[in-house]
Write a protein of this length. Structure first.
Lengths: 507, 287, 314
């Protein structure tokens, strides 16, 4: 061990000396990620890979601080009218885009309008929005048709969030996806080498906010000249790459490896975003449309026998809530129905419900290993309760297509990404996978979104209980993503989603 | 007769391979009886325990706590089963096409053109496209790999038929008024049997490797299936922390394929030193 | 000769057309939605329908094929559903690593294979022969990706000699590029080196038994010059056919190696495109790969004809 450390230290020193001699003070940070993003248009997609890269390039009006409260980013300040129907935003002045344009109200209006139309959250918010207008060169007014308490939160979101692009870029894209990746962020887009890497560069004219760095908000500095996201499909190779200093960071590494890095000063292991694993029944057709059978599944699940697939106990937690512990919205309403682990009782319920052995189709993607593993364990647990489960395995493209068809599946597994506010959960919408149609839920949600903040939590608890009573979603537990960085990488923040501004690489 | 004696000698020389192959086959047949555990039984609390001769899991457990020894034994059934099925199917269809190609005149030529077209396609990519179309399952892997090897068998049988057609005994049969069908089945097929058995061993070996590669690419058997290729592919994310998951199936595949290749080499030397390896497709010899 | 060339060309074009049509039909009837993959977990059916319209996936299949074919005839392969990049540019970009990897592996496979095979034949039955044969057989029996991962473990992690993964273009940084190509080349070339060495050995041994060699020996030529002047040359001619097929196999076989070593080659492009149903990209890539393989086969046949005048063009 000592030998190896000594040797690698020598090598690191040599290569640093070589770099310094050859290319001057240029610094570079290489991040190995599993797959390339499907697009870099932040309004359209909610996938992780896109955000991980493009959040360095584009910024929104607000960003979450380390406590997940919205903090101003491109907005300087905002005011809400007495009746709660009109939001007036002052936009920061003199903020340059990477193409040389200066940010003004028109860019914000164009971006918000496109986001309201294209993104999944935007569409949720757009039901409450009557107009977005520029009332001055740096003033934007958002007009609502009824008061809504989640506007600022929605504007802070980083997943399919309202990132600001220049108005010309949006006009050029028309009805299609954006292909000029121009933003106001600390890094500018240089090149996307298909299948190889995306290369970003420090944006010299970046206008940082004055507040100190805090979570995703506050001052952002690009301390490295070049930021490269390299696509490395093999997990072991990403790990080895960081151990050998070929890469500075690697995303989505198996949690088991953290043991190995506890004692290794050359590799830092960090918890990434918490995620939530759930079993989604198809409530629109098939056997799972019956509430009794959903209750059977709910009773049969034993989460302690499932969650270890995510690695050692540091990387998962038993938690009944459908909103995260990290937020004020955590709830245990209805939790008595969580983790019942009662196969005998479930079996009796299935018989009482007159279950006739109709096979229940559990749809799985062969490309998503952790969901697949959860599915294998669940199959065993459900069969113990007397249900007949058929695994249907498809590749990701076919699997996702199947989920979009109401009669093609009965059960699916979801790993929800971190959300700071209940409204950002897509499963709250009846249009989302699994199609949870429920009039009580609709009435409560309408009340929830327009109530004052003091009452909102109480209403959310009632909605939360409804999830359990209706067995709309069967919660399994939370787990954490795992990222690793080289020991020489300094300033990497312990935020759920990885980012590399304010990060230095020691020479 | 000298030829036959040569085969026997070579077979004795490769007796070691044959014994090992027999052992593997025995594992495959007896798996349900001798496997200590259910190969699909998951026990996440026992995950990633290393091999221990004294413990319950002789070869350790994988990332879901399944017993690797049991999975290897059952995996022998799938790996060897897939290989055998591909061999039988592709040889049967390939031989038929090859004979037809040699004895149908113009239609046969056209048939061989199609076969050539399929040969022009990189095998893994052909299999990949087919499995993407059919979905991933054991049955579809067998179908896809059969599709890959049929043209190769057909090609070499065809070449063999063409070279035999001008031999005296075939000429004599023609003169005696035998039908084309009779000639093909009674005279040409037995002559090609040696070639077929050589090809069969190579196809077997290659099918085992191809199945592993396809599973690695995510289009072979569904993850979690207990084939050697799938166990190897499942374990690769744990290469650094739990190397036994990859080492055991890796060595098993290595030994199986090695034995098959040795057997195939010796068979070929015994029958005809010039016969092609099916992996190399057409035997490019001047006519 | 000219008639032969024409026939070959026509046959190749016909094969290409059939392959491309088949691939179009197959890939388009398999279930799978590129729109769902682009939109991610929060998508709604409405968003999927909108994106399908943007991608042109709401149009009937024959129309889509006609549009694509018309595009190909005018030299336009379309754009990727995902990145929006031009298919032809992406293919050109990703062809380079595959061609370089194929070339280096082929040189390795042929160079190593032929020398091993020739030496094994010369020292037939000796320790070298047995050693070479075991090495060759083992190399051919290892699943490619396992060999690759073990090489990374050994040469990158433990000995720190070579980078674990990635690709650097020879045209941009030749000083660094070779370090990235060594491990993938060994991984890809090893099994083929094994095959080539066995064929080379068998061919040379057969030549040793040929009449003309006995004549040459009788004329008093030294054993060494018999081997180098006569036997080696003739056995190499027979080995050339194997080399051609090896090359064609390498082009397709590089998929696994490219995935292990994160080499942005065309094999991986095809796998990725199939997995995410990027139809224009699948079509373009298949077309180019089929063309390449046809070209290699054609060149090998040509070379064969040049070296060995006994070939008849039929």
């Amino acid at each position: 061990m000592l030998n190896r450390l000594h040797f690698s230290g020598l090598l690191a020193g040599l290569s640093a000396a070589f770099l310094a001699g050859a290319v001057g003070a240029q610094t570079e940070l290489k991040v190995a990620m599993k797959a390339q993003p499907p697009t870099l248009d932040l309004h359209v997609t909610s996938t992780n890979t896109v955000r991980n890269v493009a959040a360095h390039v584009n910024e929104g009006l607000f960003a979450f601080d380390s406590d997940f409260n919205p903090a101003p980013m491109l907005a300087e300040s905002y005011e809400i009218s007495e009746d709660g129907l009109s939001y007036t935003f002052q936009i920061r002045q003199g903020v340059p885009f990477h193409n040389g344009d200066i940010l003004d109200a028109d860019d914000v209006v164009a971006s918000l309008n496109r986001w309201l139309k294209r993104s999944s959250f935007g569409r949720t918010l757009s039901r409450y929005v009557t107009s977005v207008d520029a009332t001055g060169p740096h003033t934007v007014v958002l007009q609502l048709n009824e008061p809504a308490n989640f506007v600022i939160t929605a504007l802070s979101t980083w997943r399919a969030g309202p990132f600001i692009y220049p108005a010309e870029v949006i006009a050029a894209a028309g009805e299609e996806r954006i292909t000029e990746f121009v933003g106001t962020g600390p890094f500018q887009f240089v090149e996307w080498r298909e299948g190889q890497e995306i290369r970003l560069e420090r944006f010299a004219d970046y206008a940082a906010v004055e507040a100190p760095a805090d979570g995703y908000a506050g001052r952002k500095d690009a301390f490295v000249d070049t930021l490269r996201f390299i696509f490395v499909p093999e997990l072991s190779v990403r790990r080895i790459g960081v151990e050998t200093s070929d890469f500075d960071a690697a995303l989505d590494i198996d949690a088991d490896s953290s043991e190995r890095y506890k004692a290794d000063p050359n590799v830092m292991s960090s918890l990434g975003a918490p995620r939530m694993t759930t079993l989604i029944p198809n409530k629109s057709s098939g056997p799972m449309a019956s509430l009794e059978l959903r209750k059977v599944a709910q009773a049969a699940v034993c989460v302690e026998d499932i969650l270890p697939v995510y690695g050692n106990a540091d990387f998962w937690r038993v938690d009944p809530s459908l909103t995260w512990q990290e937020t004020a919205w955590w709830s245990d309403a209805g939790a008595a129905l969580y983790n019942q682990c009662d196969p005998e009782g479930a079996k009796a319920m299935a018989e009482a419900a007159g279950y006739d052995g109709t096979p229940i189709r559990l749809a799985l993607s062969s490309e998503d290993e952790s969901k697949y593993n959860v599915g294998l364990v669940l199959e065993q647990q459900l069969e113990r309760a007397g249900l007949v489960v058929e695994l249907e395995v498809r590749d990701a493209a076919a699997h996702e297509d199947t989920l979009d068809m109401k009669t093609a599946w009965d059960l699916a597994i979801s790993e929800h990404t971190y959300r700071s506010h209940p409204i950002l959960h897509s499963h709250l919408q009846a249009t989302w996978t699994g199609w949870w149609e429920n009039a009580d839920r609709d009435a409560l949600v309408a009340e929830f979104l327009t109530s004052s903040e003091d009452y909102a939590k109480a209403i959310w608890d009632r909605i939360h209980a409804l999830y359990y009573e209706d067995a709309a979603i069967i919660k399994i537990g939370d787990y954490f993503e795992h990222h690793i960085t080289r020991g020489a990488v300094d300033g990497y923040a312990g935020m759920p989603e990885p980012f590399f501004w304010n990060v230095r690489v020691e020479p | 007769m000298i030829r036959r004696w040569g085969v026997a000698r070579k077979l004795r020389a490769s007796g070691g391979s044959a014994v090992i192959l027999g052992l593997f086959a025995a594992c495959a047949v007896l798996a349900p009886v001798i496997a200590p555990f259910d190969p699909t039984h998951i026990s996440v609390t026992d995950r990633l325990s290393p091999p221990a001769l004294s413990g319950p899991n002789v070869m350790g457990t994988d990332h879901l706590g399944r017993d690797i020894a049991s999975r290897m034994l059952h995996g022998a059934r799938i790996s060897i089963g897939v290989g055998a099925a591909v061999v039988v199917l592709s040889c049967a269809i390939g031989v038929m096409l090859g004979l037809l190609g040699g004895y149908l005149g113009r239609a046969g030529d056209a048939l061989m053109r199609v076969v050539d077209g399929m040969l022009a396609f990189p095998e893994l990519i052909l299999a990949l496209a087919l499995i993407a179309a059919l979905g991933s399952s054991i049955k579809n892997v067998i179908i896809a790999l059969t599709f890959v090897f049929v043209p190769r068998v057909a090609r070499s049988i065809h070449a063999n038929v063409l070279s035999m057609r001008s031999r005296e005994f075939v000429m004599a049969a023609v003169a005696m008024g035998c039908s084309r069908f009779q000639i093909a089945v009674r005279h040409l097929l037995p002559q090609a049997l040696g070639l077929i058995s050589v090809q069969a061993t190579f196809i077997f070996a290659h099918a085992v490797i191809s199945e592993a590669s396809l599973t690695f690419l995510g289009v072979g058997l569904p993850p979690g299936s207990a084939s050697w290729g799938a166990i190897l592919s499942d374990g690769r994310d744990h290469l650094l922390d739990a190397p036994w998951i990859t080492t055991i199936p890796g060595l098993a595949i290595l030994i199986l394929v090695l034995c098959l290749n040795i057997l195939g080499d010796n068979l070929r030397d015994g029958f005809d030193p010039r016969a092609g390896n099916p992996r190399l497709g057409r035997a490019r010899r001047p006519k | 000769m000219r008639a032969y060339l024409f026939r070959r060309l026509f046959g190749t074009l016909l094969t290409l057309f059939i392959v491309v049509t088949l691939v179009f039909v197959i890939t388009n009837v398999i279930p799978g939605s590129p729109a769902a993959l682009i939109l991610g977990e929060d998508r709604t059916l409405e968003q999927v329908r909108d994106l399908d319209r943007e991608l042109g996936l709401d149009r009937p299949l024959p129309l889509r094929f006609a549009v694509w074919l018309a595009g190909v005839l005018t030299g336009d392969l379309g754009t990727s559903y995902f990145s929006g990049a031009k298919v032809s540019e992406v293919i050109l970009q990703r062809l380079e690593p595959t061609l370089i990897l194929t070339a280096t592996s082929a040189i390795l496979a042929v160079g190593l294979g032929v020398s091993l095979g020739v030496l094994a034949a010369l020292f037939r039955g000796g320790a070298f022969d047995i050693g070479a044969r075991i090495t060759a057989l083992t190399a051919a029996a290892m699943p490619n990706f396992w060999l690759g991962l073990l090489l990374i473990l050994l040469l990158s992690l433990y000995w720190r000699l070579l980078p674990a993964a990635g690709y650097v273009s020879f045209f941009e940084n030749p000083g660094d590029a070779w370090r990235y190509i060594i491990l993938p080349s060994i991984t890809l070339g090893a099994s083929h080196a094994g095959i080539v060495s066995r064929v080379a050995r068998a061919n040379l041994l057969e030549e040793f038994g040929a009449d003309y060699l006995r004549t040459a020996r009788a004329k008093g030529l030294s054993p060494w010059s018999v081997v180098t002047r006569h036997a080696l040359r003739n056995s190499l001619v027979s080995t050339l056919g194997v080399v051609g097929v090896t090359l064609a196999l390498l082009i397709g076989g590089s998929v696994v190696t490219e995935t292990v070593f994160a080499v942005p080659g065309i094999g991986r492009l095809l796998v990725e495109s199939v997995l995410r149903r990027d139809f224009p990209m699948i079509q373009g890539t298949i077309l180019v790969i089929a063309l390449l393989v046809a070209l290699v086969n054609f060149l090998v046949d040509g070379a064969y004809a040049l070296i060995d005048p006994r070939i008849r063009y039929d």
